[in-house]
Design a protein around this ligand. Structure first.
Ligand SMILES: [Fe+2]
Ligand SMILES: [Fe+2]
Length: 287
């Protein structure tokens, strides 16, 4: 079912530029709770980070497979920017993930990566290119609203260890820059509303189950499951009033609207605001 877009937003002129940052995590230990000294928030974002290298390679492949459907030069440039940025995210998060995987959590990390790989291999094998792109568009919405939740909350960012904070701020900025690329391509090649929703619901259900399960494994490894107060405090910060995750529910729901477009919420001002806080990139256009 292809529905006409009720409001085709003109995206703001946000250049999509890949930047090689070369973050150095050598001073960070994976037993540090780098996010607000909180085990729940730290492990939740660590687990999300584990999915990024393989997940973002899947995003890149699904966009690359159908980019020839677009003839507009500006759109092609944006798609190249998207591919370059996601490639950089995979590299930088891989360095962070290598740190998470050391010693204490190595078996949990190996298990999480195996599950991710298996699911993505299944998606590549059994889903059409169009459906793979629909899944990418849905997950890109998820990453965009998580990015927005981070960039709108200096109080949260300031609770991150500075050595790790720049990774998340940089990633959140670039997810914002390219948030419409996969979605616009999907609208061009299909635009099927029900297929878009199915892919979105399935993808986010998977991500929530996966993150909950493996975050719990990490917390158990740290014996946090035997510390109800610590657990309750972390859960409140994540899922309570103005929580990191509960705060994104309205934006998550917006994807269900038939005329949705990622730039309905023009949050481009956050990009420049936060870029000033980052170190200079090691290289630009570093795809
Ligand atoms: Fe990314
Ligand atoms: Fe992305």
């Amino acid at each position: 079912m292809k529905l006409p877009l009720t409001k085709k937003q003109k995206a703001p002129a946000v250049p999509i530029v890949p930047r090689r940052m070369g973050f150095d995590f050598s001073g960070v230990k994976n037993t540090d709770y780098w996010f607000d000294n909180d085990p729940v928030l730290t492990h939740l974002l660590n687990i999300l980070s584990l999915t990024f290298p393989d997940g973002e390679r899947f995003f890149v492949d699904s966009v690359r497979a159908l980019r020839d459907q677009v003839t507009d030069k500006e759109r092609q440039k944006d798609i190249s920017g998207f591919i370059g940025q996601e490639a950089m995210h995979s590299l930088e998060h891989q360095a962070f993930n290598d740190l998470i995987a050391e010693g204490k959590y190595d078996d949990i990390v190996a298990h999480a990566l195996a599950v991710t790989n298996k699911l993505l291999a299944g998606a590549r094998k059994h889903l059409s290119k169009r459906r793979q792109l629909a899944a990418t568009a849905g997950l890109e919405h998820f990453t965009a609203i998580l990015a927005d939740a981070i960039l709108r909350r200096p109080d949260l960012i300031n609770k991150m260890d500075p050595a790790v904070r720049d990774l998340w701020v940089w990633h959140a900025i670039e997810e914002t820059e390219h948030k419409a690329v996969a979605y616009d391509l999907y609208q061009d090649v299909s635009g099927d509303y029900l297929e878009r929703q199915r892919a979105f619901l399935f993808s986010t259900a998977y991500l929530i189950s996966f993150s909950s399960y493996f975050t719990w494994q990490m917390l158990k490894r740290d014996n946090v499951h035997k510390k109800p107060l610590t657990l309750a405090r972390g859960l409140w910060k994540g899922f309570g009033y103005r929580g990191v995750i509960s705060g994104i529910i309205p934006a998550w729901l917006s994807y269900l609207k038939p005329g949705f477009h990622p730039w309905d919420d023009d949050n481009s001002a956050l990009i420049e605001e936060w870029r000033k806080s980052l170190p200079e990139p090691k290289a630009k256009n570093a795809a």
